[in-house]
Design a protein around this ligand. Structure first.
Ligand code: F0G
Length: 467
């Protein structure tokens, strides 16, 4: 059945397709890193779904009602009401975006040397945990690392792994358990309600706090409605409420589910943690009633929080991502399955089997896609994984992916047809894509600003690898 856009378009933004020569010049100047392209050099921008959504007419009008008072802004209280109603947490500390909330949580809840288990890592989340002296430990189910596994809830926590970690290091050495819904780096994969419940009881038994990275929690709630027994007849809003009830609090990047271009928050119930969070937010972000945001940003986010749990909206959102994924599957392109909630993840390792991991196949594929059609995607593989802070060695994740991320309410299925045609065309001539060599590597979060050049000695390297 066709799922049409549950909105009509009131304002448009023209797109520009750069010529082949312009694209070649641009990607070379950008050091073969799509993060370093200028947006006007891009035709269809699938770099991220973060801060790239289209706001509704109600959100644009909410901007005008923003209260820009330095303290006690009425927009803050509107945001607080929305968080209480939709997420169910009593207190909210606004931050400029998700990583602002991650920073504060990491600083108030991690003692140096403590472990922070999580269902796979996210780049900024782990970086802030490590900055606070924490040690990230991956406790996601094994299926998450297998792009071909069809497990319906590949984001689930492996309770055995978590329990073994608790036995090994002791509950007192675990700062908190951090569960992301959905799991971005696994391919936008959801966590089941049964798993959230079991993780909650396990943590409670050991007196360990359970925190949620709720960045894409509405997409997760929709997958529960679709896939988990007993939830088909429920609203996404009520499923989300139930999910959040298992957590002590959440960090949130409002730039995703909350349908705004900037904003985030920390939400929680505990008064003493709230006090410490507010002590830090004044230092790093701003007064606790604005936390780095303008009043109008909080007003737009409060409105977005109500819109994001509209059943028709979220059904279309997830179906649009699936539309692109299914076109690629039909043409035999290797992608992560099941198709996730915010993006289609192309399996670059299988797409470009001639390239060894040292040649950054996902980075090379993202650059090749831009050259082919002006479509901008993002590497999510060896470059994103960075180096182990203790050994200094490259972390080689099993997943070597290119993410085609769909902004919310921005592109039509026709745009996605163009994307699919380009990806399929490249797949047919994959062997022509050259590997890359890194020429500049920043010390942290290297994927944002690293630079590359085409690797010259491909044949030699392949011979050495025996490939
Ligand atoms: N957690 C997850 C799961 C995320 O995907 C992101 C951001 C953050 C936290 C941090 O939030 O950007 O508001 O500071 N992800 C973006 C992306 C950058 O493109 O996936 P932020």
């Amino acid at each position: 059945m066709t799922v049409a856009e549950p909105h009509r378009i009131k304002s448009v933004e023209p797109l520009h397709m750069p010529t082949a020569a312009e694209r070649e010049e641009a990607i070379s100047r950008a050091g073969y890193n799509t993060f370093l392209l200028r947006s006007e050099e891009v035709y269809i921008d699938l770099l991220t779904d973060s801060g790239t959504s289209a706001m509704s007419d109600s959100q644009w009008s909410a901007l005008m009602t923003g209260d820009e008072a330095y303290a006690g802004s009425s927009s803050f209280y509107r945001l607080e009401e929305a968080v209480r109603a939709v997420y169910g947490f009593q207190h909210v500390v606004p931050t400029h975006q998700g990583r602002g909330a991650e920073h504060i949580l990491s600083q108030i809840a991690i003692k140096p040397g403590q472990y922070v288990p999580g269902n796979m890592y996210f780049t900024t989340t782990r970086a802030h945990q490590e900055l606070a002296g924490g040690i990230f430990e991956d406790v996601i189910v094994d299926e998450a690392h297998d792009p071909q596994s069809r497990h319906p809830f590949k984001g689930d926590v492996d309770l055995g792994k978590l329990e073994r970690l608790i036995d090994r290091v002791g509950a007192q050495n675990i700062a908190y358990v951090n569960v992301a819904v959905t799991v971005n780096m696994a391919g936008g994969q959801p966590v089941s309600m049964a798993n959230l419940r079991a993780t909650h009881y396990l943590c409670r038994r050991h007196g360990i706090l359970l925190w949620c990275d709720a960045t894409r929690c509405v997409e997760n709630a929709y997958f529960i409605k679709e896939r988990e027994q007993g939830y088909a007849g429920r609203t996404v809003a009520s499923i989300l409420h139930e999910m959040m009830a298992y957590f002590d609090g959440c960090t949130m990047s409002g730039k995703k589910d909350c349908l705004v271009n900037i904003g985030g928050f920390l939400a929680l119930n505990d008064e003493s943690l709230l006090r410490r969070a507010r002590e830090l937010v004044v230092l790093f972000e701003g007064m606790p009633t604005y936390g780095g945001l303008a009043g109008r940003d909080m007003a737009a986010m409060a409105q977005g929080i109500h819109e994001m749990v509209d059943d028709a909206y979220i059904a279309h959102r997830v179906h649009q991502v699936r539309y692109l994924g299914e076109r690629l599957i039909a043409a035999g392109v290797p992608i992560v399955e099941p198709i996730g909630g915010h993006a289609v993840f192309v399996d670059a390792a299988r797409f470009l089997p001639h390239l060894p991991r040292e040649r950054f196949p996902a980075q090379a594929l993202a650059a090749a896609l831009y050259l082919d059609s002006g479509v901008r995607a993002m590497e999510r593989g060896t470059v994103s994984a960075g180096r182990d802070p203790n050994t200094g060695r490259d972390r080689i994740p099993r997943l070597e992916l290119v993410r085609l991320t769909i902004p919310r309410r921005v592109y039509t299925d026709r745009h996605l047809d163009v994307v699919a045609e380009s990806v399929v065309g490249l797949y047919r001539h994959g062997e022509s894509v050259r590997g890359l060599r890194m020429t500049y590597e920043p010390p942290t979060l290297r994927f944002f600003t690293a630079r590359f050049e085409p690797a010259p000695e491909e044949r030699h390297l392949r011979l050495c690898d025996g490939k």
